[in-house]
Design a protein around this ligand. Structure first.
Ligand code: MSP
Length: 504
């Protein structure tokens, strides 16, 4: 089956931080997870290069616009490449292919009378690039995400009507309970649909915003950034020109944080409906990484954790694992260098420790030979079957935040359980008693085979660690979503360098 996984396209007004890294890592984890099940995945990410926010940053930089955008977009690409994120397409909305699709959609809606011109006055938050209602603001009249008062903007603009589709969208959400996951966000969107929807202002006059895609029917205006940006999800797939469009779109997943729920779950399905495309199959929503000050980490607030600094400290994979393992399903989650170091230590003490202690035991006492000829006790078998069936059931699940978190949590839980099993059985005592040699081999084989199952499951989260653990047990096949106990055959182990060395 073909699947299409997207991340938001990121604004180029600053350098990428952990929040941007997170959603893109999540997409990469899901890509690998689905590939292990035999699915063909197309994963897209990129940069959102228009609008007032980017324009102001460009003006502040003093650089020509093309140079500024190329340089800023490259920061994201460099980070994602450094993190070895295996995206299939990196879109820049300043590219011609994207602009062409945006213009086609606009012209089509305009020709059908679905876009109208009128005067408007509203409260505009530049951080969100959105008009706000008074009810969207906090008790001090500030945008809750950007902690800034929106500006009163009054101008003539083009509008796209949302209200005629409100009931349809409500019904759609109710009849597709897994369209938006986790479910609390579906409830939040239903809440947004309780009141009549304002017309969506889809243009900006060039005298205020010059950085954007010119409207095909009025050269005094550029396209509203959200109307332009959302279309990236279909321009990437070359909508209208690609015979494969539907096979990807019918299994499509938008990953996003809750800050951009409304554009993705209200504006976008209605825009798609107007041009005759079904909604994306699933919206996978997550909360925020909270930086210092207890508020959402953001470039505008200056409380960001720099992913490059974390990678310099501990490498890419422990960062990946930490982010997936520690995001709350419905809550925001704190992050700092101190917390990342704690997470690293836990990984070293569980998985890292498990691998080293069992391999060293085999190396020292069995001349490095895996004791595959031993028959296991019923309890040992039950332990392996439990790990195999736990991972089998996780791998049957669909792409969802809960699935990724459950996978990482289960890797930790199984590693900890195995460490306990190993310690309780005291193989270092057994090995000294000739009559206990059979039991010694059973304990070692059970631990190794369980470690093999854990390493396979680990692949989407830490691909290199997974492969290195498997290779240390002479397992050289690429991991697939097959969790069958007692498949570890005889062979020679190697004791590698520790996966998670002491950080200092
Ligand atoms: N350009 C728009 C998205 C257009 S998509 C058609 C935008 N860009 S953004 O640069 O602000 O990125 C927002 C996204 O970055 C969030 O939805 C999330 O994926 C990620 N994150 C940014 N900060 C984050 C946190 N502090 N925590 C978690 N994710 C965060 O909105």
């Amino acid at each position: 089956m073909k699947k299409y996984i997207t991340t938001p396209i990121y604004y180029t007004n600053g350098a990428p931080h952990i929040g941007h890294a997170y959603t893109t890592i999540l997409a990469d984890v899901f890509k690998k997870f689905e590939q292990m099940k035999g699915n063909e995945v197309f994963f897209s990410t990129g940069t959102d290069e228009h609008g007032q926010k980017n324009q102001h940053s460009c003006e502040a930089s003093g650089l020509p616009i093309d140079t500024f955008l190329a340089q800023q977009s490259q920061l994201f690409k460099d980070l994602f490449d450094r993190m070895e994120l295996n995206y299939d397409h990196f879109i820049r909305t300043s590219c011609d292919d994207h602009k062409k699709v945006v213009r086609r959609v606009l012209q089509d809606l305009y020709d059908r009378g679905l876009i109208i011109k009128k005067s408007y006055e509203g409260l505009y938050c530049e951080g969100c690039e959105q008009f706000k209602k008074k009810t969207d603001l906090d008790e001090n009249g500030l945008c809750p995400d950007h902690k800034k008062a929106p500006k009163v903007v009054s101008e003539e603009n083009y509008f796209f009507r949302l209200e005629p589709h409100r009931q349809w969208l409500k019904d759609y959400i109710i009849s597709h309970p897994d369209w938006i996951t986790p479910a609390n966000y579906a409830k939040e969107v239903l809440g947004m649909l309780e009141e009549p929807l304002d017309d969506l202002c889809i243009s900006r006059p060039k005298n205020r915003v010059w950085l954007g895609i010119e409207l095909p029917f009025d050269s005094d205006f550029v396209t509203y950034i959200w109307f332009d940006a959302l279309i990236n999800y279909i321009s990437i797939l070359k909508w209208g020109e690609n015979a494969d469009f539907n096979s990807y779109w019918q299994n499509s997943y938008h990953l996003l944080a809750k800050d951009i729920l409304k554009p993705h779950c209200v504006y976008w399905p209605i825009m798609l409906k107007a041009i005759g495309i079904d909604p994306v199959k699933h919206c996978v929503v997550h909360g925020y990484w909270i930086g210092e000050g207890g508020v959402k980490m953001s470039k505008s607030l200056g409380n960001v954790v720099d992913p490059n600094e974390v990678i310099d400290l501990m490498g890419v994979e422990p960062l990946r694992f930490y982010l997936i393992n520690n995001m709350g399903v419905t809550s925001d989650s704190p992050i700092s260098i101190g917390l990342l170091k704690q997470g690293y230590k836990q990984l070293a003490n569980s998985l890292g420790n498990l691998q080293m202690r069992v391999l060293k035991m085999v190396d020292k006492n069995l001349a490095g030979q895996i004791p595959a000829d031993v028959s296991l006790t019923a309890d040992d078998e039950a332990l392996l079957q439990k790990i195999a069936s736990d991972f089998t059931s996780i791998y049957k699940k669909d792409i969802a935040l809960e699935t990724a978190i459950e996978l990482a949590n289960k890797v930790m839980e199984s590693s900890n359980a195995l460490n306990t099993y190993f310690a309780n059985n005291e193989p270092w005592v057994l090995v000294k008693v000739p009559a206990q040699m059979e039991r010694f081999k059973q304990v070692v084989y059970t631990t190794l085979d369980a470690l093999r199952l854990i390493a396979i499951a680990l692949y989407p989260l830490m691909p290199k660690a997974s492969e290195s653990i498997l290779q240390s047990m002479a397992v050289n096949q690429k991991p697939t979503a097959q969790f069958v106990a007692k498949q570890l055959s005889s062979g020679q182990i190697t004791v590698p360098q520790p996966l998670f060395p002491f950080l200092g």
